[in-house]
Design a protein around this ligand. Sequence first.
Ligand code: SAH
Length: 372
Amino acid sequence: MNFTPTKPALTGETLDSLTARLQERGEPAFRAVQILEWLYKKRVTSWDQMTNLSKPLRTWLAETFDLMPADLVLNKHSEDVTDKLLLELRDRSLIETVIIRAPQDGVGLDHSRKTICISTQVGCAMACVFCASGLAGLKRDLSAGEIVAQLLQVCYCEDARTPRARTELASFDNIVVMGMGEPLANYDNLIRALTILNAEWGLNFGARRITISTSGLVPKILKLAEEPLGFRLAISLHGATDDVREKIMPVNKAFPLAKLLPAVKTFSEKHGRMITLEFILIEDVNDSLEQAQKLRDIARDLHAHVNLIPYNTVEGLPWKRPSITRQERFADVLRAARISVTLRREKGHDIAAACGQLRLKTEKERELSAIA
Ligand code: SAH
């Protein structure tokens, strides 16, 4: 099911792997450092811009590596708070990357804090009943290079909007792995990509500003707890009891709450950082006060932050978001117990949560134009 491109992506190489490849060709070790500096710090988009390399070396590099394995096909700007980038990969697969702008302090009007939501798979196998990404199932995993490429594409867009004060810096503040796909089902490529983003020779981006969101793959959560880089964890809970969760998330059959919650506890004790429980509010499915009370107990036990997300409707799916009154009533149960809770309001988050929809729409349009 995985796609093997004709040339490996430069964005999937580590300093070690690139050095080894260049040494096979008789190049000195510092060449790899120079190339990665052009890629991640100076952010050039063609080999010819790497002016401290000889012409024959540039020619060889162009024949050997794909500098950027994802092309930007659409940048959908919305009310100044989000940009949705639609990227096309070498096999014509489409993925989405979202830029969410928010005020630095959470309340102002500046919208200068940028969170990037990235995808890890084309489609998704988890089949959560409310989600657009899983509607057509899983097409394939993204390679490490395709995951990293999303962040570089964001940098290209952002650098064009606001030139960087310091050229070596990333152009955003946080990364959330909450786009299309189940990140922990593509574990090795995900960790390789995040390691590249974190490395000094890469984007030099702090692991503590990277949040991985999972639908609850227990063995992988335990594995993640052992990783040396301390990434943050968010759990898509969406049901505070097995009967509710199982109805909307098939993964709960393999990993019910009795397995999931202890694994999350192990993770948070290891890291000593608050984890986040995500809870989409869907009318008459999981928005009862009883669910709120159960969620409160789980959050208290895990010392977790709770993110309540009013459901974002998906074309073709029957689910609805509850009224604001009902959302507030649910949140009040948690607030009364002094649980740290946010109830999302901003538009950008809605759009980001609906990751997968832009791709779905474009795929549909492609199918229609193929028929016409
Ligand atoms: N597979 C991972 C990450 C991708 S989904 C996970 O499950 O966490 C990112 C988040 O968006 C998840 O919490 C997911 O449940 C949520 N989501 C999916 N469809 C949504 C919708 N229509 N409205 C609101 N949130 C949605």
